[in-house]
Structure formats: C-alpha cells, structure tokens
Design a protein around this ligand. Structure first.
Ligand SMILES: Nc1ncnc2c1ncn2[C@@H]1O[C@H](COP(=O)(O)OP(=O)(O)OP(=O)(O)O)[C@@H](O)[C@H]1O
Length: 231
C-alpha cells in the first residue's frame, strides 16, 4: 500500500544543506492504522509532506498503491493525490460558505461526478461519521469535533487508497479527542480504511495498531516490525 524506501531529505538554508530525515524505510499494509509519533522538530511534517507528494525527497522512494510518486510530474501527481490520497488536517480546512454536505461533496466536483451521486455518497458518509442530521448547516454552526467529522467524511469521499491525518485531534479537548480517535478506529476496523496519523501525543499513538517513532529525523522505533529498527 505505502512503501517508503531509504528516504532522506535535506533543506537548503543559505550555503548549507540541513539533513532532516535520514534513510527511512518502512511499509504500511492495506488496512493498517499507523501512528507517526515524534516530538516537535523530529521531522513528522516533512515526512508527511513527502508521503503526500507535496514535496520531492532529496533521496529515496515513496510508493503508494505500487506507484513511485517522486517520479510523477506535477499534473500527474495532482491527479494522483485527488484520486488516491485522503487528508485530514488539524484545523479541518472546511470552506465556510459551503454547507457541510457541499464540503464533503467538493472532491467529487473535481472528478466531474454528477450531483445526485455526489449527494448520495456525501449523505452516506455523513451518517457513517455520526452527523447525518447536520448536512445543511455551515461549518461555523458546528463544534470542533463535528467539524473534524466533516473533514473525515470529505477525506473518504473519493475512496482513497490511504488517508493521512495531520494531528487530527490537536485542536480538540480530551473527550472529543477520544471520540474522534474512536471514529478513526471504527472506520479502520469496519471499513478497512488505511490511516497514517501524525501526532506528538503518546495517548493518541498508543491507540493505533502500530507506532513509528521519529527522533531527530531517524526512525527509532517501529512497534509493528518483527526485525526492529537498525541504528
Ligand atoms: N522549509 C524548511 N527549511 C529549512 N528547515 C526546515 C524547513 N521545514 C522544516 N525544517 C526543519 O526540519 C526539521 C523537522 O521539521 P518538521 O516540521 O518536519 O518537524 P515536526 O516533527 O513536524 O515538528 P512539529 O511537530 O513542530 O510540526 C526541523 O528542524 C525544522 O526546523
């Protein structure tokens, strides 16, 4: 499903190259739910941006559904992202002047799916994430947890191969955090959605099947690996 192979990345600052990720290798299988855990500055966002095809790595390869994304040109990559990758953001990133249902439908508009099918698929997902009765409200009329449910429904509407969640509970209180993680676990276990969840919170990471831990750009622990992590 996702294969990261000897991935390294450096940022150019002035005359110098600053390495931030060092030869990372791991695989995420279809249907897994993985936490990418690390403290601030460990390289989580950089790794997520690379896996999502938002940046090109300095070295190494990222395969999603068998396709090396670092080799794709911009147009192909944009199309691949739209059809194969779902995103959930810490700050939800909903469009304020669209209703909840229209927000969820939006990725399908870009795929030229007809309005009847868009509506049906959005309503099915909104019911699945527990806010079917909120479909005609605007995001500002919802709580943070409810807005994150909208964003989760939107991430799933294109039936992506993998969903990346960037600190999905970072803006939520503890009770709502638990409810959102419960929902992601439910979607993983009952709908087979593959999730990679970036978090700096141990409590969130501990609820997933597998933890990949980053420190200073090195993968220092892989709780799902039989062989452990070298170095
Ligand atoms: N565009 C950039 N140019 C130069 N250095 C960068 C750039 N982006 C990130 N870095 C550096 O790369 C390292 C990893 O940053 P990154 O944002 O990936 O960490 P993180 O684990 O996501 O942190 P946080 O949890 O605070 O978001 C840091 O030392 C950071 O200063």
């Amino acid at each position: 499903m996702l294969s990261v192979e000897r991935l390294s990345h450096s940022f150019r600052t002035g005359e110098e190259d600053t390495p931030v990720l060092h030869e990372l290798s791991f695989r995420v299988e279809h249907g897994q739910m993985v936490a990418l855990l690390g403290s601030s500055g460990s390289g989580k966002s950089t790794l997520l941006n690379l896996m999502a095809g938002l940046m090109k790595p300095t070295r190494g390869s990222i395969l999603i559904a068998g396709q090396a994304i670092e080799k794709m040109n911009e147009n192909r990559l944009a199309e691949f992202r739209r059809t194969h990758i779902g995103f959930i953001f810490q700050s939800y990133e909903l469009i304020p002047h669209l209703t909840v249902r229209e927000n969820v439908e939006l990725p399908l508009v870009f795929q030229s799916v007809g309005s009847k099918e868009r509506k049906e698929r959005a309503m099915t997902l909104l019911q699945q994430v527990g806010i079917g009765d909120k479909s005609e409200l605007f995001p500002s009329q919802l709580s943070g947890g409810q807005q994150q449910r909208v964003s989760i429904a939107r991430s799933l509407i294109t039936k992506p191969a993998i969903v990346f969640a960037d600190e999905p509970t970072g803006n939520l209180d503890t009770k709502t955090e638990k409810e959102i993680i419960d929902l992601l676990i439910d979607l993983n276990q009952n709908s087979g959605i593959t999730f990679v969840i970036v978090t700096h919170e141990h409590e969130v990471a501990c609820r997933t099947q597998r933890i990949l831990q980053l420190r200073d750009g090195f993968l220092i622990e892989d709780s799902g690996s039989q062989e452990g992590v070298a170095g």
